[in-house]
Design a protein around this ligand. Structure first.
Ligand SMILES: Nc1ncnc2c1ncn2[C@@H]1O[C@H](COP(=O)(O)OP(=O)(O)OP(=O)(O)O)[C@@H](O)[C@H]1O
Length: 265
């Protein structure tokens, strides 16, 4: 049965368990039996305070973190660590990180950063036209002008770098974008621009997005559904509307109250 409430899941996390202290059994699991699913056309936000296990779940989904229990299923089939995934699965699940400058090689131009993804995944490279033209088009898709292609990340703003990170992910025509605190390092106005960009890309390209964030303001702007994590466990999953209108779990209410206090401060 799909845990998403719909019929088809693109990605499903089933009873996931991660423990970073396997030899010391008394230490709690960082991720403790988490299950959720994302449909091919939706944005699911995973929200929770620092240390609740959000990033660890995201890293399991992209195959960068091994789990001690449970499974990650893509298109209904279990997928393991990234090194053991098929090139098609690796392409299909792309990640956008929190710190755009740190996730882009400062010595490379934007053109080489994007071109490199096609050298790693030749099956995704543009066929029948020049790479430069395809890169210009990708840059336009993320709201950057073609002149950015010859620049290095150090010559770009944080927002521009994050757009380049998104273009690099899109170059592989992914089906799922995993965004780990992808706007947390940006000014609020730039955050909104990037969130609008992601929403537009999702609609235009039929992307699914798994959005990891501690920020309920971001959740409100981007999410169709929300999974709330607390101390490694998932305490509530709801549509974004329901979560804000009728939070079901006391911890969710606490998070909402804390966010309201911040807004009012
Ligand atoms: N590589 C690691 N080795 C040991 N412990 C880790 C490691 N990565 C995460 N942890 C621990 O696992 C728990 C969950 O961390 P995680 O980063 O997934 O939480 P988070 O909700 O994403 O928090 P934040 O928003 O602060 O990144 C925390 O207690 C953290 O200290």
């Amino acid at each position: 049965m799909s845990l998403s409430g719909g019929d088809v899941s693109l990605i499903e996390v089933r009873d996931l368990v991660v423990n970073f202290h396997r030899r010391r059994a008394a230490k709690p699991n960082a991720v403790d039996g988490v299950s959720f699913a994302v449909r091919p056309d939706e944005t699911l936000a995973v929200v929770g305070e620092s240390g609740s296990g959000k990033t660890t779940v995201a890293r399991c989904v992209v195959g960068l973190q091994a789990q001690q229990g449970g499974a990650v299923l893509f298109d209904g089939a279990p997928v393991g660590p990234v090194a053991k995934r098929s090139p098609a699965t690796r392409r299909a699940i792309q990640m956008v990180f929190q710190d755009p400058a740190a996730s882009l090689n400062p010595r490379m131009t934007v053109r080489s950063i994007i071109g490199e993804t096609w050298r790693t995944h030749p099956s995704a490279a543009p066929a029948g036209r020049s790479w430069d033209a395809a890169i210009d088009e990708l840059l336009a898709d993320v709201g950057l002008d073609a002149g950015v292609a010859t620049r290095r990340p150090t010559a770009l703003s944080g927002g521009q770098c994050q757009r380049v990170s998104i273009a690099r992910a899109l170059a592989l025509r992914p089906r799922l974008l995993v965004c780990d605190e992808a706007v947390s390092a940006l000014d609020v106005s730039v955050q909104s621009q990037i969130l609008r960009l992601l929403a537009g890309l999702r609609a235009d390209r039929g992307l699914a997005i798994l959005f990891i964030t501690h920020d309920l303001g971001v959740v409100r702007q981007i999410a169709d559904r929300v999974a709330v994590m607390h101390q490694g466990r998932l305490v509530e999953t709801a549509t974004a509307d329901d979560l804000f209108e009728r939070p079901g779990h006391p911890y969710t209410r606490k998070l909402l109250d804390a966010a309201l206090d911040l807004e009012g401060a």
